[in-house]
Design a protein. Structure first.
Length: 219
């Protein structure tokens, strides 16, 4: 029996995942967490074989939680399950240590297959993500400038592009406004942009913000 921890701040999503996995016969949801802090407490209290992790959460983004899991639990398989398309965060999540990446509109059978595959020590890549990786490592393909940003710089870019103020960004990332200003200056320099308006245009052109979503994701 594969023991699973679900980390997602939407109760309906967690409930739906439980129902899907209850019918597998070999996957058991042993714990649920609504945020990163709760997830780390549960990991210390429960032995799990696979973690199912969302990216957008209220306290810390999933990439940061993923990195902490990697530091504390080594090779524990973490499968990202998120609303964000593969070309938004797929490669970044894999670089941070994810074992696989799925969007929430994936078929139920695909999710079950992915959980079993990462539990067996293998990576799970969708065809879309595999193609994205292939394009990025091609000799004739230039790396997009935003791929050179650190995770914090990337989060700052997305929040600025979503129209958030300096104070709102600081609160969302649990940073001081001064630190956010530093990240803003760095990403402007790296992207060779001059102001927030150009940042917003860049983010729109590169599909870096989920404009269809009512809640602005931090990562």
């Amino acid at each position: 029996m594969l023991r699973l921890l679900i980390i997602d701040d939407h109760p309906l999503i967690r409930h739906g995942l439980r129902q899907i996995l209850a019918n597998t016969g070999d996957i058991e949801v042993v714990a649920e967490a609504a945020n990163g802090a709760e997830a780390m407490r549960l990991l210390r209290a429960h032995a799990v074989d696979v973690v199912l992790l969302d990216i957008t959460m209220p306290d810390r983004n999933g990439i940061d939680v993923l990195k902490q899991i990697r530091r504390e639990y080594g090779k524990l398989p973490v499968l990202m399950l998120t609303m964000h398309a593969e070309d938004e965060f797929g490669v970044r999540a894999l670089k941070a240590g994810a074992s696989g990446y799925l969007t929430k509109d994936s078929a139920h059978g695909q999710l079950v297959k992915a959980i079993r595959q990462v539990a067996g020590g293998r990576k799970y890549l969708t065809a879309t993500l595999a193609e994205e990786i292939a394009q990025r490592i091609g000799d004739d393909v230039e790396t997009p400038p935003h791929e050179t940003l650190s995770d914090r710089e990337f989060q700052t870019l997305r929040l600025i592009a979503a129209g958030k103020s300096l104070t709102e960004i600081a609160a969302a990332l649990s940073l001081s406004p001064k630190t956010v200003s530093v990240y803003r200056a760095r990403l402007l320099e790296k992207l060779k942009l001059r102001n927030n308006a150009e940042l917003m245009r860049y983010a729109m052109q590169n599909r870096l913000v989920g404009w269809h979503n009512d809640r602005v994701p931090t990562s």
